[in-house]
Design a protein around this ligand. Sequence first.
Ligand SMILES: C[S@@+](CC[C@H](N)C(=O)[O-])C[C@H]1O[C@@H](n2cnc3c(N)ncnc32)[C@H](O)[C@@H]1O
Length: 250
Amino acid sequence: MSEKEVPLKETIKSFHFTDETDIIDLSCSSSDSLCSESDQHVCNEGCLNIKIKEVLHPSYGMHVWASAPVLSKFIWYNRSKLKEKTVLELGSGTGLVSVVAAKCKAHVILTDSKKYECTFQTALENLQLNGISKEAFEIKEMTWGYFSANLVQSPPIDIILGSDVFYSPKDFEDIIVTVSFLLKKNQSAEFWCTYEHRCTDWNIDNYLEKWNLNCEEISLSDFGADGFNVAGCDLPGLKTISLLIFRYSK
Ligand SMILES: C[S@@+](CC[C@H](N)C(=O)[O-])C[C@H]1O[C@@H](n2cnc3c(N)ncnc32)[C@H](O)[C@@H]1O
């Protein structure tokens, strides 16, 4: 087998969402192997098991980032707000956040950059792995800062999601431009976003004012995501994560 043909290493991460605690309820956790179609992911109204395939690949979106379980837990905590809503995720990567939103009965539109289109196949496999029906999701290319047809012609959106999209300052204004366009078009919508603290110098305040947005920080302790272990997984571990909700300033 030539070097090019060596298959990329795949792993599976398990996430377990409950109402009160991240201590795994063994009565409803499934094994670490790949799920079969008969796997029961929703144990009951108060418990959700998700499996996410990751690929050892240099592209950013091929593994779950530390902010994703935190945003997923916030979605789970607010699941009554997602029922029958349309949700669009920016920089969806492996798709954990959208899988959880779909399990909370939202119609999800996963988006990522065309430059990182290898993520689309992994996200699709993760939606299928978790039993999300094909009517419940769409996967689209959406590159931040570009007024593409997928952005301009997007359907009415209730919630925009973004986990660890603010990781490189060169992209910050492009993300804000895309979010501002969507929130101006959908003025009662919100952008729920988690990010990892990487550098104290990073700041988006000027962009918020320039693009008519305001944002509110939500304490992770409000929804039980302030620990080392979130959703039964040791992400975020020792990393500092914050959750912001952006709204359009009318
Ligand atoms: C740090 S990863 C986070 C992935 C996922 N949201 C998570 O938290 O696990 C950033 C994601 O943004 C995507 N991305 C990077 N640059 C982008 C751009 N200019 N436009 C749209 N998506 C982009 C990457 O492909 C990747 O999926």
